[in-house]
Write a protein that binds this ligand. Structure first.
Ligand SMILES: Cc1cc2nc3c(=O)[nH]c(=O)nc-3n(C[C@H](O)[C@H](O)[C@H](O)COP(=O)(O)OP(=O)(O)OC[C@H]3O[C@@H](n4cnc5c(N)ncnc54)[C@H](O)[C@@H]3O)c2cc1C
Length: 459
């Protein structure tokens, strides 16, 4: 039987879309290229809790979490005592593959069909609308017609290049808009770890971030979380290794693990890849097709968090698609526009603002980023906003305060205050995303986006 919706990819975004659509009565088929045994992201993700209530997302089970929910975040830099503490931010430290496998079970209970080991290789179309996909299953090519297709295949998947040309998705990407990240969980030898804690060289039970890691570029992060009760340490490194001479996340993790800690005994979880850190696609729908998650650049350009955004978009997409298909309507760009509006006026707006901040940060030197921490110029409230995916900007009064505190690091601050104060302009513009689809209005809105980004030196 022809399904209502075929979804490419069983990541968190595709799975939430599938679950919500099936609960709305649609026939949903998910195609996943990996095998069921070896599928799911192998790293941990830190997620804020709010979207779970707001979008009624399945809450993690205790065994899917690597750490307790309430921990401090500490922003630190090389050679800086103490750092900036962002107190008690509730966080799900989620073991992704376990959670994803449970989502698959919930989807099956709701009636979703899965085909693992099946790679989408192309799209069926009639010149104006997408009408299904082509898949390769055990070396055999098959047509899968469907009323519509949802693309949730993650970033940089080859299938994205096969999206028909009439679809108005702007995948324009600068190579340095990606961050490469690795996250690992290690068992430890607790004796030496306790000793380092008592000497004050490690802080336990917090997410301790280092920014502007020496040798790894200004937009680099290293994080450790040490849990002496469970006798584990989590390590995360993210940087832009495509910049010449910059250390890779692998080198950062190995160096810290072997030379600064020396007590890690066995890796129990971990993995990594490139994360897109650009503003999200400014259009997410076309005739017979919708796109979400990392495939639509929905990871936060401030910190690379893309799991809850993919799930939020999955829910928003599902509600619009169910409304359209259950009413017997054709899933045209115009009919599906509601999903676009819901995302762009919320997370899309916030992430467009973050992208401006991201570009500003990449112009700083490592030293300047370290100085921002050393002089406590990073405001904990802004950190909290980023964690909660809420908008931020530097208001003029705050900017003046920063100037006064920042006399020793004026060079870096001038750019941040000058451009940071303008972040709300792009955020506001996205909040005014056209409420209905009309080609002329959307073209004007897009032209204005490009103008604003150009003025902010970000285009
Ligand atoms: C090391 C690291 C740490 C991270 N930490 C965090 C964090 O702390 N918090 C956070 O929120 N985010 C974090 N992220 C980002 C987060 O993991 C992603 O944003 C999120 O997983 C995106 O989900 P998705 O559903 O869009 O895509 P994915 O999880 O990439 O899922 C896409 C699925 O599509 C499948 N697929 C691809 N092509 C095809 C095809 N042609 N046919 C069929 N199937 C296909 C893939 O096999 C995959 O299963 C981190 C990322 C990394 C690398």
């Amino acid at each position: 039987m022809k399904p209502d919706v075929v979804i490419i990819g069983a990541g968190t975004g595709g799975l939430i879309a599938a679950l919500k659509m099936a609960r709305e009565g649609l026939d949903v088929l998910v195609m996943e290229k990996s095998s069921e045994d070896h599928y799911g992201n192998t790293w941990m993700n830190d997620l804020d809790l709010h979207p779970f209530e707001k979008y009624d997302l399945p809450k993690p089970l205790p065994e899917e979490l690597a750490f307790p929910i309430d921990r401090n975040i500490r922003a630190n830099a090389n050679g800086v005592e103490g750092g900036v503490i962002i107190g008690n931010i509730p966080n799900y430290a989620l073991k992704m593959s376990l959670y994803q496998k449970r989502l698959v079970s919930l989807c099956r209970e709701a009636g979703v069909q899965f085909v693992f080991n099946s790679r989408a290789t192309g799209f069926l179309e009639d010149g104006k609308a997408v009408t299904g996909i082509l898949v390769e299953d055990g070396g055999v090519s098959k047509d899968i017609p469907a009323r519509m297709v949802v693309v949730a295949c993650g970033a940089f998947a080859p299938i994205l290049k096969k999206i028909p040309e009439f679809c108005d998705f702007d995948f324009h990407f600068r190579p340095d808009d990606a961050v490469h990240a690795i996250q690992e969980l290690w068992k430890i030898n607790p004796g030496p770890a306790r000793e380092m804690v008592s000497q004050g060289s490690l802080t336990p039970n917090e997410m301790v971030f280092f920014m502007g890691v020496p040798g790894a570029g200004p937009f680099s992060t290293f994080m450790y979380q040490l849990d002496l009760d469970q006798e584990v340490v989590a390590l995360l490194a993210g940087c832009k290794p495509q910049n010449p001479g910059v250390l890779s996340p692998r080198e950062l993790i190995d160096d810290f693990k072997d030379n600064s800690l020396g007590f890690c005994t066995e890796k129990i979880y971990g993995g990594g890849r490139a994360i897109p850190m650009r503003q999200s696609l400014d259009n997410l729908v076309d005739n017979g097709i919708a796109i979400l998650g990392d495939a639509a650049f929905m990871a936060s350009p401030a910190n690379g968090s893309g799991t809850t955004p993919s799930m939020v978009a999955g829910a928003q997409c599902a509600w619009t698609v169910a409304k359209v298909l259950n009413a017997g309507l054709k899933p045209t760009r115009k009919a599906l526009w509601g999903y676009n509006v819901a995302f762009q006026t919320g997370l899309g707006a916030t992430f467009a603002g973050y992208y401006v901040a991201h570009r500003i940060f990449t112009t700083f030197s490592e030293q300047e980023v370290q100085n921002l921490i050393r002089h406590k110029l990073i405001d904990p409230r802004q950190f909290k906003n980023v964690h909660d995916a809420k908008p931020f900007g530097v208001d003029p009064l705050q900017g003046l305060g920063l100037f006064m505190k920042a006399l020793p690091v004026m060079g870096a601050l001038i750019g941040f205050v000058k451009h940071g104060a303008k972040i709300p302009i792009i955020t506001r513009h996205y909040r005014n995303f056209p409420g209905e689809y009309d080609p002329e209005t959307f073209t004007l809105w897009r032209q204005r986006t490009n103008k604003i980004l150009k003025r902010l030196d970000v285009s």
